[in-house]
Design a binder for this molecule. Structure first.
Ligand code: TYD
Length: 211
């Protein structure tokens, strides 16, 4: 029986997560392993509806506390409908964002107490923690123009929240990583995509190789 593996990817706006998660899924798939790629918020029918509310908060603003609950609700559904069943079937799950996003954005970014977020998160994920979490770390001054070129929606988020907010998110992620060095792998994201992909691939290969 091949070993199931749960990997999550984290990072701020414009950190290149979508490129890297897609590249990793492709390269693992080419080696004959079943891969499931998830994206938060969303990934289930209910989660996609919640995503609509969360990402269009301009018309219907949400307090940071309401954000914690909605992101967590979508995640609770994703864990039970997609992630758990995939891991039980021996698959490799790659999650583009997971609970560290809530700690970084709503906790460090918006100031919601981390202990309270951890309580809600515990209920949502039922103790399902990734085997490894890759943090794509990019200085905000590099990420900001990068993501502006890519997507108007992301650019909008920068405009609305300001670069101080994104600095707090970045700093928060680095603190989370420092607190759990056995789970986190911090990858410098301000390099060419191929080098980043090969660093990540090396880490994942080590996890997949039986000792
Ligand atoms: P999206 O455009 O889906 O993707 P990404 O920025 O990952 O490429 O945007 C997700 C947004 O939701 C992003 O701004 C981070 C935010 N977010 C939170 O604030 N808290 C959370 O718990 C999650 C999962 C996301």
């Amino acid at each position: 029986m091949t070993r199931a593996l749960f990997l999550s990817f984290e990072g701020g706006e414009g950190s290149g997560k979508s490129v890297q998660t897609a590249a990793l899924a492709r390269s693992i798939g080419e080696r004959g392993r079943d891969v499931v790629l998830t994206r938060e918020p969303g990934g289930t029918p209910a989660g996609e509806r919640i995503r609509e509310i969360l990402l269009h908060a301009r018309e219907a603003p949400l307090s940071p506390e309401a954000q914690v609950l909605l992101y967590s609700a979508a995640r609770a559904q994703l864990v039970r409908e997609v992630i758990r069943p995939a891991l039980d079937a021996g698959r490799i799950v790659i999650a583009d964002r997971y609970f560290d996003s809530t700690l970084a954005y709503q906790g460090y970014g918006h100031g919601v107490a981390l202990e309270q977020i951890r309580g809600v998160t515990g209920l949502a994920v039922g103790g399902l923690v990734p085997d490894r979490t890759f943090l794509l770390d990019v200085p905000v001054s590099v990420a900001l123009p990068r993501s502006g070129w890519r997507s108007a929606a992301t650019w909008d988020r920068f405009e609305v929240l300001g670069s101080d907010f994104h600095e707090r998110v970045r700093d928060g992620y680095l603190r989370l990583a420092a607190a759990e060095p056995e789970r986190f792998v911090v990858v410098r994201g301000d390099r060419d995509e191929a080098s980043i992909a090969s660093d990540i691939r090396r880490e994942v290969d080590a996890l997949l190789t039986p000792v």
